[in-house]
Design a protein around this ligand. Structure first.
Ligand code: C5J
Length: 242
């Protein structure tokens, strides 16, 4: 039911994935990355969240806090692509007629502008508008799947689970924004569906540093209740060694 661009079929790999498993230093213990069944899931790296004039800034947030993740995320994405591993991207947004926008989501709070209202980058969080696009630094390649999601979690009201299963993906390295909202919701949804999730803390960002810290801690607490936490340099080192 979602609009996903790119092919569901296996694209030609840039190079053969390393055989693995690749041990990655992580909390609460090492993550054993199996390249053939692990995808990089890039959450909502959209202009509306990361650029001035977008939805995030319209809510009074400082987009500079999110922009810190661009460089490490781009470096990890480049290494992931070079290793020939699977990449999925998500975008949060709504149909132009807002039929998939629950009134509760549009009306909550007291913002000066709401989802669907016009802004400097087009209508806020509406599919096809300039602000809805993924930032150029992390632009998807033509053979990478883009999942359009109306909610916070990437599994709700999308075909992500079916597409991952079709490719025998069992592990997810989750990066993007924001840590405690769409990243966390997606990690929780993935965990309940049987995926092992690894979150590199420097590749996820929040408008609220204290919530970022708490959200990161929550993932690996209780011996990995939602998954594993590491940093991108550890993943890069494992990919290079593999
Ligand atoms: C929010 C997101 N924060 N991608 N979306 O509304 O985290």
């Amino acid at each position: 039911m979602n609009a996903s661009s790119g092919s569901a079929a296996l694209p030609p790999a840039a190079s053969s994935p390393p055989p693995g498993p690749l041990p990655i230093s992580a909390e609460p213990y090492a993550f054993e990355l199996t390249p053939a069944t692990c995808a990089l899931l890039v959450i909502d790296m959209q202009r509306d969240f990361l650029e001035p004039g977008g939805f995030g800034e319209s809510l009074g947030n400082d987009v500079a806090l999110l922009r810190r993740v661009i460089t490490p995320a781009r470096t990890l994405l480049a290494a992931w692509r070079s290793a020939g591993l699977a990449v999925f991207h998500t975008r949060e947004g709504h149909r132009a007629d807002l039929a998939d926008l629950p009134p509760a989501k549009r009306n909550r709070g007291h913002p000066t502008v709401r989802i669907g209202d016009p802004g400097p980058m087009g209508r806020l969080l509406v599919r096809g508008e300039p602000g809805h696009a993924i930032i150029p630094e992390l632009a998807p390649l033509p053979d990478e799947t883009v999942i359009d999601k109306p909610g916070k979690g990437a599994f709700w009201a999308t075909d992500l689970h079916a597409l991952l299963r079709a490719r025998q993906i069992r592990q997810l390295v989750v990066i993007g924004v924001t840590t405690e909202v769409c990243v966390h919701t997606t990690v929780r949804e993935a965990n309940d569906r049987g995926y092992d999730c690894l979150v590199p803390a420097d590749c996820v960002g929040s408008y609220f540093p204290d919530l970022h810290t708490a959200a990161i801690r929550m993932i690996s607490a209780q011996d990995g209740i939602f998954g594993w936490v590491s940093r991108s340099d550890k993943i890069l080192a494992a990919l290079a060694a593999g």
